[in-house]
Write a protein that binds this ligand. Sequence first.
Ligand code: NAX
Ligand code: K
Length: 534
Amino acid sequence: MISAYSGTAVRAAEKPLLEAGNGPALMQRAAYGLYAACARELLERRGFLYGARVTVLAGAGNNGGDALFAGARLGRRGAAVTAVLTSAVSHPQALAAFRSAGGRTVELSSAVEECTRLCAASDLVIDGILGTGGKGGLRGPAAELARAFAGLTSGSNPSPVMIACDLPSGVDADTGRADGVHLAADLTVTFGAAKTGLMAGPGAVAAGRIEIIDIGLGTVPGQAVRRLETADLSGLLPSPRKTDQKYSRGVLGIAAGSAAYPGAAVLATGAALATGVGMVRYLGPESVCRLINTAHPEAVCATGNVPLAHVQAWLAGPGAGTDEDQRRRALEAMTSGLPAVIDADAISYVEPGLGPQVVLTPHAGELTALLTRLGETVTREQIEGDPLRYARRAAELTGATVLLKGWATITASPTGETYSQAEATPWLAAAGSGDTLAGILGALLATNRCNRDADLEPPAGYYAELAAAAASIHGRAGNLAAQAGPLEPSALPAAIRTVLGELAAMREASKRAGRRPKNREWQSVPFNALPRLR
Ligand SMILES: NC(=O)C1=CN([C@@H]2O[C@H](COP(=O)(O)OP(=O)(O)OC[C@H]3O[C@@H](n4cnc5c(N)ncnc54)[C@H](O)[C@@H]3O)[C@@H](O)[C@H]2O)[C@@H](O)CC1
Ligand SMILES: [K+]
């Protein structure tokens, strides 16, 4: 599990160490981690460091200091390093180290065009303009360079590897907002702890891959945004017991689809079955029942009512359109007290007073409509710019758990626990993809251990965690299915089975080895390899 904290919280954790005089040592650790990542990326691409063209974009503060010290280390390994100084002042010791390692410097203000070309012709660019001390987007010549660089490196031109030092410059470290011009990275090497700004909205898009360098900050205060890693998923997936029968494994009731939109119900049912429920009970029009039974003969289909169906969880809304019976079923499902996925058209019937076991799964447009109906003044652009804030607000106003779809999918519980998953591929932006996600989540709600064991009380944030797991499986399955060419959502159930099969095999292997699977996907530099604090 990755825990990300706001830039403000990380700075608060740094404060006592800085007051104790450890600032320079912390910077050396950060710079070493950044250097190691840069060296690895260059070695992977070129085979050797000698002669690699490296440009360091260095701002006025400590972020520029980290980047210059990392550039100095690369210079000492034979890379041709140039620093573009974006401000009249630079970190003095780092600049001196950079120059004494043979680094050349150029002042950005007098040579924006030259510096842009220099960046575009590099093997590697280190973005050290702004870090956690940045306020707002890039300004002046730095903004000009960022715009021109994006233009030069778009399309089929070969582009340098872009590595952000701590976070992409211009992105807000607390929220992921980018109100002005910002840089984007292939890899962000972040220090002390991941920043929430890398987990949501434009910041998540700009961050690329993320690597965390543990510089020895200890505990960071404040509530984290969490991200599930591979090993975290295994405990949340359906896992039948020897004594189970089809009802005790978990039955999912699906009230989706309509005469006008039957396909959504077929996709949701297929995804739920692939995720592994004991049974799907489908409720809807007869024409949709027939389609579902053709595609999935094992689904039990009826035209009846929600309260009469014996299920452990509900999924309502995909493809429901204006079907009055589906509307009634969705309302009954969300107030039944059972876990329920409320998706698509059913989100427009949501009223406050729900519980965390109800998971709303809007995209930004649907959330705009919901929040507006609940009295908030908000636009779709505002939600896309700051999804953490609005997913949390919707959870607070409705009492439900909210899964807000996006490049990074945010899930928020009404008590504040928040997750961000970013495994998705842009190929998942396709009609039918959301129905599949709803099916996966419905299956997790029906089969989860708290639902099946009356003695287990779901801990706070449990449904947000399950929803994050669903988003993760959906993203992983999407990536797998997209390997075979443009993704068709109907190919997702097969990919879901493969993903879950691999996760189950990993769980079995670690059980046999008597240990929990390790979760260190985001850390490449071992802590004991970093320079020591004096
Ligand atoms: N403080 C510490 O203990 C450590 C800090 N580290 C690094 O230090 C960074 C934070 O350093 P700083 O606090 O110096 O802050 P930054 O380096 O992020 O930038 C601060 C400087 O940028 C200016 N600035 C702010 N917004 C601007 C904008 N939109 N356009 C142009 N200039 C702007 C400020 O006036 C200030 O001069 C972290 O991101 C991290 O990279 C690391 O070295 C690890 C240890
Ligand atoms: K930066």
